[in-house]
Design a protein around this ligand. Structure first.
Ligand code: PEP
Ligand code: MN
Length: 367
């Protein structure tokens, strides 16, 4: 594993305050659209302007982006309003053209991060170039692939890197366009504490209504910034019409956000926090003890089933466990989603332990 040293956003050479706000349309559509949007956006505390020039779209007949001509429109709109600008790159040619147009920051999109060959080609095109790069998570919930892309960019010599969390595709219908799976970016942050982390609530939500809620969650998880799509006339936007905010709505979201501090030296607060954390530590020890005791009983059942030549899985029993535990948990103010996940995990572990017992002899035969 390489030793990474990422530059904090405050060293990127841009105006900076917490949280770092990136805003702009999903796609640059015309000179008028980008100028009008940026003029409005510049009334709010924004640090960096986004605009897609080349849009990787799921279906071939969707708007594919305005192409290279939009680079200069975006750059001009930024200059006019004193804002650095960023675009998405999905090939070495995009990198080359963006650099030529004086674009300030590049981002690698979710559909590109999934492809190590393409990321490597982009990283090679970045060798010897000192431009900040943001790497969106891949569309599938795979942390290693995200880290791999960051690693490839880092190895090309770029050290001003940020990760953008834009949610993950899921087959199931959920209230999100892309499910956040917060534990994935949290694990990224745990492994790379100094890697700036930005949340893109627009692509997580897929609609305007939840942008504030998701942005607030991200800030409460100590994200460094937000990337929010904003368009002067979202209802007529050529891509992502449902999720883009008009600039004044974006302003309202920014104003409504509560920015909390990450650390403090307030002794009273710290003492109480420590007390509560001690409580949690003791409870976790009890919890693990109980789970381990439960597994012991499950193993005992495994032996018993084996002696009586019974199958491990007994669906009626599993149904009964789920129904009763759901009710128990709901009565104790736990969400059904959490209880289901918890019991699926516990049940899978019990089955695994019982399978081991059932097949103990077979293992011996193999030896
Ligand atoms: C975008 O930012 O407009 C975009 C295409 O995002 P993603 O790569 O997250 O789908
Ligand atoms: Mn978009």
């Amino acid at each position: 594993m390489m030793d990474f040293q990422f530059q904090p956003l405050s060293n990127w050479g841009f105006r900076n305050s917490h949280p770092f706000i990136i805003a702009g349309p999903c796609g640059v559509e015309s000179e008028e659209q980008i100028h009008a949007t940026v003029r409005e956006l510049s009334k709010y505390p924004i640090h960096l302007l986004r605009g897609g020039i080349w849009k990787p779209r799921t279906r071939p007949d969707s708007f594919q982006g305005i192409g290279s001509q939009g680079l200069l429109w975006l750059k001009d709109a930024g200059k006019e309003n004193n804002l650095p600008v960023m675009v998405e790159v999905a090939s070495p040619k995009h990198v080359e053209e963006s650099l030529k147009a004086g674009i300030d920051v590049l981002w690698i999109g979710a559909r590109t991060t999934v492809n190590p060959f393409l990321v490597q080609e982009i990283a090679d095109a970045l060798k010897g170039v000192d431009i900040p790069v943001m790497v969106k998570n891949p569309i599938n919930p795979e942390l290693e692939l995200w880290i791999g892309a960051i690693e490839r960019v880092y190895k090309s010599g770029v050290h001003r890197i940020a990760a953008i969390h834009r949610g993950f595709s899921a087959f199931e219908k959920t209230k999100y366009r892309n499910v956040p799976n917060w534990q994935i970016p949290i694990e990224l942050k745990r492994r790379f504490a100094d890697l700036p982390l930005i949340c893109d609530p627009s692509h997580i939500c897929g609609n305007r209504d939840m942008i504030l809620e998701v942005s607030q969650t991200a800030l409460d998880l100590n994200y460094d910034g937000l990337m929010i799509e904003s368009h002067i006339d979202p209802d007529h936007a050529l891509s992502d019409a449902k999720q883009q905010l008009i600039p004044s709505e974006l302003g309202k979201v920014l104003e409504a956000l509560v920015v909390r501090q990450h650390s403090t030296d307030d002794v009273i607060f710290l003492n109480l926090l420590e007390e509560l954390r001690d409580k949690i530590d003791r409870m976790d020890a009890d919890l693990l003890h109980m789970i381990s005791e439960r597994m012991k009983v499950a193993r005992e059942i495994g032996h018993y089933k084996k002696e009586n030549n019974m199958t491990i899985l007994q669906v009626e029993r599993w149904n009964e466990i789920l129904t009763t535990r759901l009710q128990l948990g709901i009565n104790k103010e736990l969400t059904s989603e959490f209880i289901l996940k918890l019991y699926e995990l516990i049940h899978a572990e019990s089955i695994q332990q019982q399978t081991k017992i059932m097949n103990a002899e077979k293992e011996k035969v193999k030896e």
